[in-house]
Design a protein around this ligand. Structure first.
Ligand SMILES: Cc1cc2nc3c(=O)[nH]c(=O)nc-3n(C[C@H](O)[C@H](O)[C@H](O)COP(=O)(O)OP(=O)(O)OC[C@H]3O[C@@H](n4cnc5c(N)ncnc54)[C@H](O)[C@@H]3O)c2cc1C
Length: 425
């Protein structure tokens, strides 16, 4: 039987960043798909360049960004000041909603401001019990019910009372009352991604930069791991068995638990699915905006974005995202219906106006956003430990069952590699 020191499951950002940073070549990566990249894959079709969904990058560690860009010779990387809007009752409001209530019709502005000022912050002093309660307590009923709750419910496709207060971590644009009022005079819609970068060749360019440090013969494509025997430390694919010393997995955590037979409660790991349409039209659409949010049930999508306004090209190139509960049926019939609904909604909102669709692509991200609950966070931490004692490490957005960026994945994967590098140094 083949034996390897490090077996890696998944050639997405996490698996590749780990293998690239590891000081040894005694490794093998199994990837279920025909190509590397995971959710950071890019599709080029009929002159349009799309990602699996809008993937834009905001690095907090300049050395990581430099490391990647230096390996992307000849690749133009644009740096863009983000323009994000909310579609609200036929008008556009700047994002984030909570800091731009002064842009609402006067009656709604007064309601949101009044509710913000007199919000019930919880008399007992106990922290909010869940995500929805946090929204009411921090922003008052007006802001919560006019945007934050319907938008996040549409995105997460779940009851927000089931989510942990911190379900979005640093990705939630917090603002206190003073920030909100200050913004009425001086717009300062800062968020974690006030500027972002994007390579001309799409998100896959960052993935390719990571893969440059790995011997291609160490990556086995179209070879899913189908079983893991913890006692023998052997992984099985449809083609072979491989014995490992350490296994690092980026596959979704519940899938790893099922494969290793570690006792757990599947209901603890809930998530949504996101259907993404990438659409190319014959001419330009709205300008000066990179993405838009839609909280209303009148539109089927919760968010869409415009690659043409990043690249400065003359045909509208768009991604559209639609959220589903994890058990929803999203087969070819539903996808065809949703494309029709999407095109109708684009026309009704005036985003298209007789535009001709000239190219399209779709992908179902399953899972897309994990539902972080108190229970899921505690169980992930506990079960990761159980697996680590058997030499199996679960990392990445889905391996650690969390909400994070690709930079977070790189930071985590490198720290994991360093823990092995230190032993051999
Ligand atoms: C809608 C959406 C928008 C996003 N936008 C951004 C953004 O703008 N900026 C940003 O920084 N991040 C963004 N992200 C997050 C980003 O996509 C992830 O953080 C990143 O792609 C996760 O990489 P990963 O390697 O951990 O997981 P994945 O990309 O899921 O890679 C895991 C890999 O494992 C493989 N695999 C699974 N099971 C097996 C198996 N049994 N055997 C072998 N291989 C297997 C899969 O095929 C896949 O290639 C977004 C995510 C979503 C869902």
């Amino acid at each position: 039987m083949e034996t390897v020191k490090h077996l890696v499951v998944g050639a997405g950002v996490t698996g590749l960043a780990f293998a690239d940073w590891l000081d040894t070549d005694d490794l093998l990566i199994f990837e279920a798909e025909r190509e590397i990249g995971g959710y950071c894959r890019t599709v080029a079709r009929d002159g349009f360049v799309w990602d699996y969904s809008g993937h834009f990058f905001h690095f907090r560690h300049p050395e990581i960004e430099r490391y990647l860009v230096e390996r992307m010779e000849g690749q133009e990387v644009r740096k863009i000041v983000k323009e994000a809007r909310i579609w609200h009752e036929g008008a556009l409001v700047d994002f984030p909603f909570q800091k731009n209530i002064h842009q609402l019709p006067q009656e709604q502005f007064i309601e949101c401001l009044y509710d913000l000022f007199f919000k019930d912050e919880g008399a007992s002093g106990a922290p909010p019990a869940n995500f929805e309660e946090m929204l009411y307590r921090k922003f008052g009923r007006g802001i919560a019910e006019r945007f934050l709750i319907p938008y996040n419910r549409k995105l997460y496709a779940t009851d927000l009372r089931t989510l942990d207060v911190d379900a979005m971590g640093r990705f939630f644009p917090y603002a206190d009352t003073a920030d909100i009022v200050r913004n009425f005079r001086r717009a300062e819609n800062q968020s974690y991604n006030a500027t972002f970068t994007y390579p001309a060749g799409g998100a896959i360019q960052y993935v390719n930069a990571l893969a440059k440090g790995i011997d291609p013969s160490r990556i086995a494509l179209s070879e899913p791991v189908v079983a893991i025997d913890l006692a023998r430390k052997v992984a099985t694919t449809p083609r072979r068995e491989v014995a490992f010393e350490h296994l690092t997995s980026a596959m979704p955590f519940p899938k790893l638990l099922a494969m290793t037979g570690v006792p757990h409660e599947p209901a603890d790991f809930s998530y949504n699915k996101v259907l993404v349409f990438n659409l190319g039209f014959d001419r330009k659409g709205p300008e000066g905006v990179h993405w838009m949010y839609f909280a209303s049930p009148e539109q089927v999508f919760y968010r869409l974005g415009f690659y043409d306004n990043i690249f400065g090209t003359d045909r509208m190139s768009m991604y559209v995202e639609i959220g589903y509960p994890k058990d929803a049926r999203v087969d070819d019939e539903v996808i065809a219906e949703m494309l029709e609904r999407t095109l109708a909604d684009l026309e009704a909102t005036g985003i298209t106006s007789g535009h001709r669709l000239v190219a399209s692509h779709h992908v179902l991200l399953d899972p897309a956003y994990v539902h972080i609950t108190r229970r899921s966070a505690a169980e992930v931490a506990r079960l990761q430990q159980v697996l680590a004692h058997r030499g199996v490490h679960s990392l990445g957005r889905y391996g650690a069952w969390t909400y994070c960026s690709i930079e977070d994945n790189i930071v985590e994967a490198r720290a994991h590699a360093d823990s092995f590098n230190a032993l051999t140094a």
